[in-house]
Design a binder for this molecule. Structure first.
Ligand code: ZN
Ligand code: ZN
Length: 456
């Protein structure tokens, strides 16, 4: 008898413990972007062992795809596995790193990768059992937190023959994003001055640190005169050696984000001018290095509808008393006002975790204001994004609380649900030409109307 969508969901459920083992293992060995060798190898081994063909990219050690099946459509399930610096944390309700200063999975990419892999395995079993035309690929995408991995993978043609992408992310809500992600760019600014004794001969020195500070002041004034949805943030980790030496070298690292990549480029040009101005004021020299950039997501309502329908059909995470209690204690570490605001937004009915399927249009009032290199994927093929409830409402990603939730059953339940949703979407894409057509028609229209991504 032919397998139905329900059977794929059950296939996922049968792999619950494999999902948990995978997620924990990645969580226990957090590796930051560019360094995810063991995590990538783990997924290669897992999927290779399941009968997938592993295709590596020679220019990117930690990127690969695992493929099964033949013919069209080719469905790309996007996996990630990079951690974040400094977010090491035990599964506890107080800030307690496993290892001080070490990385941790504060964005839940251990869950993301595990659910994507389990979803891909279930889809492979389906293709195998039915013998239908179609290919499934799990994409091992490194460096998401650097917003660069998928951009490079596109550059190296790793997605060239794919038709549809499915992505998900751990969150505090069960929802679908038709659009989202701010376009972004990363840039390093380095100033070179002249050292001198800061007291004996200050007139001979030219401070690179002064230039960094003046540049930052200038950028902070710029904020008022850029598109209101832009976000500009920076860090500085080099400001000289000691107060009695005029700093000859100093630099800062900027992220610029805005709703459209064209805005990002425009803001970056203006920041460059500010850097040049700071150099002029301090008689130093400025060097600018643009690291990478990524686009906002190209919206696709037809795909969003299909993903949402599949959220309705899958089993959403249900949390037991012990989990709810732990979630409450995590919520207790953020301000009451923030928690209440999030609980209202996600309509949790006073619970710390979201249980229900959120409103279809929640993404419009709760836009994804982070950025992701997945945005670029949505410009080369239709991509959907679903999120499931993996950490408490009020807990933000990139926090120790999120690391804690991602390392236990709170996050794993959300991931199991995501894996089911992924299989359901894939099932429909293989079996419903009308849906494929609708999604592709919208994709082609939106893409044709779009300002080119990488114009000079
Ligand atoms: Zn993140
Ligand atoms: Zn993330």
């Amino acid at each position: 008898m032919a397998m139905e969508k329900r059977d794929l969901h059950n296939e996922v459920k049968k792999m619950k413990s494999l999902l948990e083992t995978t997620s924990r293992l990645i969580w226990e060995h957090p590796e930051v972007g560019g360094n995810e060798k063991e995590s990538a190898d783990y997924f290669r081994k897992l999927l290779g062992g399941e009968g997938f063909k592993i295709v590596n990219e020679e220019h990117m050690e930690n990127a690969f795809y695992a493929e099964y099946g033949s013919g069209k459509p080719v469905i790309a399930i996007l996996g990630e596995y990079d951690a974040l610096p400094g977010l090491s944390q035990k599964v506890t309700d107080n800030k307690a790193p496993v290892a001080e200063g070490e990385p941790g999975h504060g964005c839940g990419h251990n869950l993301l990768g595990a659910a994507a892999a389990i979803g891909a395995i279930a889809v492979k079993r389906y293709l195998e059992a039915e013998g239908i035309s179609g290919t499934v690929r799990f994409y091992g995408c490194p460096e998401e937190e650097l917003l660069s991995g998928k951009v490079k993978m596109i550059y190296y043609h790793m997605f060239d023959d794919c038709d549809f992408a499915i992505s998900w992310h751990p969150m505090s809500a069960n929802m679908v994003y038709d659009s989202g992600y701010l376009a972004s760019a990363s840039a390093h600014f380095e100033f070179r001055g002249r050292s001198s004794h800061a007291a004996f001969a200050p007139e001979l020195g030219r401070s690179a640190l002064d230039a960094v500070e003046l540049m930052n002041v200038g950028v902070n004034y710029l904020r008022e005169h850029v598109t209101s949805k832009a976000r500009i943030h920076y860090t500085t980790d080099s400001g000289g050696f000691a107060p009695n030496i005029v700093p000859p070298l100093a630099g800062s690292w900027y992220f610029v984000r805005a709703p459209y990549i064209a805005d990002v480029k425009d803001i970056l040009k203006r920041i460059r001018k500010i850097a040049e101005g700071a150099a002029l004021m301090t008689e130093t020299e400025a060097d600018v290095r643009i690291d990478y950039g990524c686009c906002e997501m190209l919206e696709n309502h037809a795909y969003g509808d299909l993903a949402y329908q599949n959220m309705k059909e899958a089993e959403l995470p249900v949390f037991d008393d012990e989990e709810t209690e732990f979630a409450s204690r995590l919520v207790g570490t953020v301000t009451k006002a923030d928690a209440e605001k999030a609980q209202k937004l996600y309509d949790t009915e006073g619970r710390p975790m979201t249980w229900k399927l959120n409103d279809r249009n929640l993404y419009q009032i709760n836009p994804l204001t982070a950025s992701s290199d997945s945005g670029d994927i949505s410009h080369i093929m239709p991509m959907c994004v679903v999120t499931t409830s993996c950490w408490p409402a009020g807990v933000a990603p990139h926090t120790w609380q999120a690391t804690a939730a991602a390392g236990c059953s709170l996050g794993e339940k959300g991931a199991l649900s995501a894996a089911q949703i992924i299989t359901g979407i894939a099932y429909d894409l293989y079996n419903r030409p009308d849906q494929r057509e609708a999604i592709l028609t919208e994709f082609n229209q939106k893409r044709d109307a779009y300002v080119p991504m990488y114009e000079s």
